[in-house]
Design a protein around this ligand. Structure first.
Ligand code: NOJ
Ligand code: CA
Length: 695
């Protein structure tokens, strides 16, 4: 990295203009003077950093020369020190350029390009404590990330952050898709669609379609040892303030100086599909893999002793309806082995579920099976059939209780051939239980600094035992899968389980998720409820074909085949697709889409030349045409199409109507996709062997 003095300079693709006089310009208090500037590699996105007449620092983002974010404040409030806000001066700048391509061990793409220009601005207080902070911007062609650095210095040793002054001040109005922060059900709220000025306090990812049509997603990357960021609307029009999740003590964040904050990310695209690609800036802003060889991390589908509990037919607790019995698990292993499904999740296998476990996991023992679950026999039985079991640790939000058992829990998993564990934190938001070594008790937010550290402690401890983690009731995904590839998935939103309960997900839910939550990373959505039946025999508002489409639309390296073996036996027409669809991809294309309306996704299998397509809509019938330009030139493919059949409609008894047909297609062919109300379509493009075809 080159260190530059504060003066004007132009580099190819990157400009820094820092007139020294601007620093001391106290006469014009209102007007901000640009002290540094940088551009993305293609020059379309620029960032300016300014100081106003009182020395308040701000940044602004422009795209194609037009303002996207107006001057937006930078700074901190502390619980035990004066704020960092006014009287800042420019102490120096530095720039860098990176263009590398890195390989994902698993993911939506085999490789990801990281091409950005970097600008670091050092700001120093002109008086009083004379503290210095850094702000580093990374400008990609499809977005911006920035983070603060708080170096160790005489007047800043321990940092107790009460809040950030960081703003995101949109330069125009628009429509926002967002879910509320700080409500009891954590991340499990439907996305609201409101004007920007109608947003309350939002969790990130928040997705915005500006009035000019530009799509923007605000989120964060590399949330480590810090509080999760929400967005609080400020009194300026269309502006938001970074709202740090509180800790149970006074500060939101408490740690020694000498660290950088998470990256605040602004993904920018012309349309919704573009936003999906732009979300890769979040992965690029995370550190590379710290675990070394991760060949033990296994993407794949899994079946499981689960939906029968969600619908109330079985229980997690012991008793006459206990689900996780040796006999039941053997049937799920048989089903998995017969259908190319490598994993079987078992919930309710351990001691601790008999009481009221919601908000209380104190009885949970993560290495003690119940009497009717023969762990050794099931390990043998599964291995003989080429299947592995997936463990389950429900903490009921008793995080410290779980901390005390982590080593045992993962040693147990490793000893029983269990490569992955699904964890759970079922308790109200703000109620995760923390007990310190001195016995003092605290209640924490799932997105607060203490829980952020807890979740990562679980993941890194699991890694020592070659165990992967699928977190339910998690902290939001900020791309840490790059650094810790055994953090394979998480819930973090309303998954399929809501389709069993009274307040079901609406048909537009998946088309919302792709362009909101899923911009943050994979989701364990648990698709494939082919019975289309929830608890109390309630109808699920989806067509059968949509249940298949979700395997392609909603990305996760571990994907559940979530219904019961009996249900799949009743709807065997779904099994050819479920058997064939992989969970690891070398390429992903978003062929079309509008937030909350529809989306069509094509993905190429990593292990073959086959492509898969999934399209989902909302409550309306929808029709789109896609061009198959992603297929290989000169090759024919057999398209196995699973589409909404005659009369299919999520509101009627014909929601199971599905037509399965096969036809030959080639690169460049155009395909009309008709979606029923609440419908979907799934296609498997089976590549012919070119050698065979020529004969
Ligand atoms: C909620 C999770 O989302 C669900 O998948 C799990 O079965 C229950 N908690 C019990 O842990
Ligand atoms: Ca809609």
């Amino acid at each position: 990295m080159r260190l530059l003095a504060p003066l004007a300079l132009t580099l190819s693709g990157l400009t820094i203009a820092a007139p020294a006089a601007a620093q001391d310009n106290l006469s014009n208090k209102a007007t901000a003077n640009v002290v540094a500037k940088a551009a993305s590699p293609n020059g379309r996105i620029t960032v300016t950093v300014s100081l106003d007449g009182e020395g308040r620092a701000s940044y602004a983002v422009q795209r194609d020369g037009k303002p996207l974010l107006n001057d937006s404040r930078l700074g901190f409030l502390f619980t035990d020190a004066p704020k960092i806000d006014r009287a800042m001066t420019l102490a120096g700048t530095a720039t860098d350029t990176v263009d590398t391509t890195w390989r994902q061990p698993w993911g939506e793409w085999a490789t990801i390009r990281d091409h950005h220009n970097e600008l670091t601005v050092r700001l120093r207080e002109a008086k009083n404590l004379r503290r210095e902070i850094g702000v580093t911007f990374r400008l990609f062609d499809d977005g911006v990330g920035f983070r603060y650095t708080l170096p160790q210095q005489p007047n800043m040793r321990r940092v107790n952050i009460a809040g950030e002054l960081t703003e995101f001040a949109f330069a125009e109005g628009g429509t926002a898709w967002w879910k509320p922060a700080y409500l009891w059900n954590r991340e499990e709220y439907l996305y609201k669609k409101t004007p920007l000025d109608g947003v309350g306090t939002a969790q990130t990812v928040m997705t915005v379609k500006l009035d000019s049509g530009t799509h923007v997603a605000i989120h964060e990357a590399a949330l480590i040892d810090y509080a999760g960021m929400n967005l609080r609307r400020s009194d300026r029009p269309n502006a938001f303030i970074a709202d740090l999740t509180p800790g149970s003590g006074a500060p939101s964040v408490s740690r020694d100086a000498g660290f950088s904050t998470p990256w605040r990310t602004i993904a920018i695209a012309d349309d919704a599909p573009g936003l999906y690609y732009a979300s890769r800036i979040g992965l690029n802003l995370n550190e590379p893999n710290k675990l070394g060889d991760v060949s033990w991390v296994k993407p794949g589908k899994f079946a499981g002793v689960w939906w029968n509990m969600i619908t109330g037919h079985w229980t997690w607790a012991r008793g006459p309806k206990h689900g996780a019995t040796t006999a039941n698990v053997k049937r799920y292993i048989d089903f998995a082995a017969a259908n190319n499904i490598p994993g079987v999740l078992v919930e309710g296998w351990n001691v601790g579920w008999d009481g009221d476990w919601f908000g209380n996991g104190k009885d949970m023992q993560f290495d003690q099976p119940t009497e009717d679950f023969d762990a050794a026999e099931l390990q043998r039985y599964a291995a003989a059939k080429g299947v592995y079991l997936i463990g389950h640790n429900e903490t009921g939000g008793s995080a410290s209780h779980y901390d005390g058992q982590l080593e045992r829990a993962f040693a147990y998993a490793q000893a029983h051939g269990i490569p992955a564990v699904k964890t759970g934190y079922v308790t109200d938001a703000g109620e995760a239980e923390r007990i310190d070594p001195d016995g003092s008790q605290h209640r924490e937010w799932h997105e607060g600094q203490w829980m952020v550290n807890h979740y990562l402690r679980v993941v890194t401890t699991a890694a020592k035992y070659k165990v992967s983690i699928d977190t339910h009731e998690p902290v939001k995904d900020t791309g840490l899968r790059r650094t810790y590839p055994n953090w394979i998935s998480r819930e973090g939103g309303r998954g399929m389980e809501y389709m069993s309960w009274e307040a079901k997900n609406p048909p537009e839910h998946e088309a919302n998720l792709v362009f909101t939550q899923l911009l943050g990373g994979p989701m364990d959505f648990t698709p494939g409820i082919v019975s289309l039946k929830g608890s109390n025999d309630s109808d699920i508002p989806s067509t059968l074909a949509k249940q298949l489409a979700n395997y392609v639309v909603i990305y996760s390296p571990v994907v559940m085949v979530a219904d019961t073996p009996e249900a799949y036996a009743r709807y065997p027409e779904t099994l050819p697709f479920i058997r064939a669809v992989p969970t690891d991809w070398s390429d992903t294309r978003i062929l079309n889409g509008e937030v909350g309306d529809y989306v069509t996704v094509a993905r190429k299998a990593k292990a073959s030349d086959d492509w898969f397509l999934g399209a989902v809509g909302d409550e309306q019938a929808r029709s789109t045409t896609v061009t198959l330009d992603f297929l290989d030139q000169g090759r024919t493919y057999t398209a196995a199409i699973f589409r909404d059949g005659p009369g299919a409609d999520f509101r009627t008894k014909s929601r199971h109507s599905m037509t399965v047909e096969r036809r030959e297609v080639r690169k460049g062919d155009r395909l009309r996709i008709e979606l029923a109300p609440g419908g979907g379509q799934a296609i498997h493009f089976i590549a012919s062997d070119p050698a065979k075809r020529r004969r």
